[in-house]
Design a protein around this ligand. Structure first.
Ligand SMILES: [Zn+2]
Length: 210
């Protein structure tokens, strides 16, 4: 039986992260940063509630940091599987995460100067450029509408979401005991400035809509 765990905190829109346990695999859907104030962001430093090395693959909806920003941390802590994403997200992820690593470095430097004055131990950044480079090597680019077999009984396809370049609605088909269940992850839909231009057919196929 498949099992889906929402790992973002309840009532929060950032830190998007779902763990899907199905067909004997563990698939992570997004691995975003918590953003918005010190208290919320403290959650970024907490351990994952699962063992990163036990995750078989990651599926990424789009390259905004609240959906991809903890991926380098995931790699730093042992994940070493493929990260499926759209062809347009592929270069964008590089840009976003390197920029984030730079900010992490600056923030940590600033915080450590403050801590030194207060006689406190220095802290480490959440991740660094090396972790980002390691993560980027795991990217697997997929075209919109193309089905990818990511495990013997798990098929994934990406469909345009009109949110940012490369953003997608993700359809996951899980075959278990001869039955196929379709899980659709809507991610972030649309752009407030432009009407949604997409085919909603994917949504109507869903057994589970996230
Ligand atoms: Zn977004």
């Amino acid at each position: 039986m498949s099992h889906i765990t929402f790992l973002g905190a309840t009532g929060q829109v950032t830190g998007s992260c779902y763990l899907i346990e199905a067909c004997g695999r563990r698939i992570l859907l997004d691995c975003g940063l918590f953003q918005g104030g010190k208290e919320t962001e403290k959650q970024n430093t907490e351990d994952f509630s699962f063992e990163p090395s036990s995750v078989d693959a990651v599926i990424l909806s789009h390259a905004h940091l609240d959906h991809c920003g903890r991926l380098p941390k995931l790699v730093k802590e042992g994940f070493n599987g493929p990260v499926y994403l759209t062809a347009a997200s592929f270069p964008l992820l590089d840009l976003m995460l390197k920029d984030a690593a730079h900010l992490q470095f600056k923030d940590t430097e600033w915080e450590n100067r403050r801590r030194e004055r207060a006689g406190k131990e220095p802290i480490e950044p959440l991740f660094d450029l090396e972790n980002v480079e390691a993560l980027l090597k795991f990217r697997k680019s997929v075209n919109y509408g193309e089905a990818s077999q990511i495990a013997p009984d798990i098929e994934v396809s990406f469909h345009e979401a009109g949110h940012i370049l490369g953003s997608s609605i993700i359809k996951i088909s899980l075959k278990e005991k001869g039955e196929t269940r379709v899980l659709v992850f809507s991610g972030d839909l649309g752009n407030p400035k432009s009407p949604l231009l997409r085919d909603p057919a994917v949504m109507t196929e869903a057994d589970v809509l996230l």
